[in-house]
Write a protein that binds this ligand. Structure first.
Ligand SMILES: Nc1ncnc2c1ncn2[C@@H]1O[C@H](COP(=O)(O)OP(=O)(O)OP(=O)(O)O)[C@@H](O)[C@H]1O
Length: 390
């Protein structure tokens, strides 16, 4: 879709911003460009929409050299979002968003109705926010308008240069989450410049790590973190790259521990007998519908009554498609020694993840990703015998 062929950029003052860059971005893929300040990310990106012209090599869009295309027509197919959003101050948010469709020949009514749809898509209410002027919005809201405006022409390609750079970390994380969900639906081809490695990892299908005008590594976040190409990349992604990997490693249901399961209405005596027979000190308690209720300790079960009378509630759960980071964070939030994995909210109980399993899953995923290990070569240890931290 976008192809850089041995591209170089030397500015007139002699600065070599990009040197011998070759890479390909596939259709529907989001590639994050990351690297220290001045390493050539913005220059690389703006060579796609011809705001910058390469001094050597070619940039191809859908197989055609962009240098041969009319810049105005080219840019209509390429949405561009920058940090300083650049909204027209004297136009309402709705009119700002409707600008491009109007330029493309839509009637004012059509353009405004499309703009309203887009504002909703990025989480702004067209009725309230749409009628405001840019200075009446928060920084995060302005950045959303920037994204909506770039999407207005429905371009197949989006170039985003630190689009969430001007907001605080909390809003930024929310915008990233929303954009990821949006992108899952839209499947645009996106080049996304950031100097925030967490953002690059969270959003990128692949990430391109730049070093002084050269591409140091282009790969999935899991591989960049798990198997950096060289010392430069390892240093750039940081000594805590193992921790960062948590957010890109999904829970694998094959890793889950299967503790004994009892039901709320089981007689306490039967449940206690089963736990003794299995040599375990606790069991997971499910409700009538098979949903997670909590847990019960074998010692807390006297003769008589049902499990319901002695069970403790426990809400620490994650869905099966969660990341290990989500699982770990849920465990900490609930001060629990395990987290249940469910088939969605209120869904089937699939097993539990413990800190030991989580650690093993992370180690194994690094080995498997990098081809150094077969999946079965990393043992996942059993739940520690002390009742898993209760
Ligand atoms: N118009 C220009 N004339 C001369 N040098 C330039 C020009 N634009 C950028 N450069 C230089 O080219 C190099 C790459 O700049 P670029 O903006 O692409 O980096 P970047 O990785 O996007 O940096 P940042 O993260 O700070 O935005 C830098 O050394 C910069 O000073």
């Amino acid at each position: 879709m976008i192809r850089f062929e041995d591209v170089g950029k030397r500015y007139p003052d002699g600065t070599v911003a990009v040197d011998g860059l070759s890479m390909e971005i596939h259709e529907g893929e989001l590639v994050t460009l990351v690297g220290p300040s001045g390493c050539g990310k913005t220059t690389t990106m703006t060579m796609v929409n011809r705001l910058t012209e390469p001094t050597s090599g070619r940039v191809l869009l859908d197989g055609k050299d962009v240098a041969t295309q009319d810049p105005v027509r080219l840019r209509r197919r390429i949405g561009y979002v920058i940090q300083q959003v650049g909204l027209f101050p004297h136009r309402t948010v709705l009119d700002n968003t409707a600008t491009v469709p109007t330029l493309l020949g839509r009637t004012r009514r059509e353009a405004r109705s499309r703009a309203a749809e887009l504002l909703e898509l990025v989480g702004l209410d067209p009725a309230t926010h749409g009628e405001r002027y840019p200075h009446q919005l928060s920084g995060g809201e302005r950045q959303r308008v920037g994204v909506a405006r770039a999407l207005a022409a429905d371009p197949p390609v989006l170039l985003m240069d630190e689009p969430f750079g001007a907001v605080d970390p909390v809003v930024r994380e929310r915008l990233q989450g929303e954009f990821r969900r949006l992108q899952a639906r839209m499947r645009k081809t996106v080049l996304f410049v950031t100097h925030d490695i967490e953002e690059a990892v969270r959003l990128g299908d692949r990430m391109a790590v730049f070093a002084k005008g050269r591409l140091a590594q282009l790969d999935t976040p899991a591989r960049v973190l798990g198997d950096p190409a060289d010392d430069y990349v390892a240093g750039f992604v940081g000594a805590d790259r193992g921790l960062k990997r948590l957010s890109v490693t999904p829970v694998d249901t094959r890793d889950l521990e299967q503790p004994p399961i009892v039901r709320l209405d089981d007689p306490a005596e039967d449940a206690a007998r089963r736990m003794r027979a299995d040599g375990v000190r606790w069991a997971v308690v499910l409700d009538e519908a098979g949903g997670l209720h909590g847990w019960v300790s074998g010692q807390a079960l006297p003769d008589g009554g049902t499990v319901r009378d002695h069970a403790r509630r426990m809400d620490a759960w994650v869905p099966r498609d969660a990341s290990l980071k989500q699982a770990f964070s849920t465990m900490l939030q609930h001060d629990a020694g395990w987290v249940a994995v469910l088939d969605g909210e209120g869904g089937r109980f699939l097993g539990v993840l413990t800190p030991a399993l989580l650690h093993a899953a992370l180690r194994r995923s690094v080995g498997v990703e990098t081809g150094r290990l077969d999946r079965d070569q990393v043992e996942t240890g059993p739940v520690p015998g002390d009742g898993a931290g209760f």
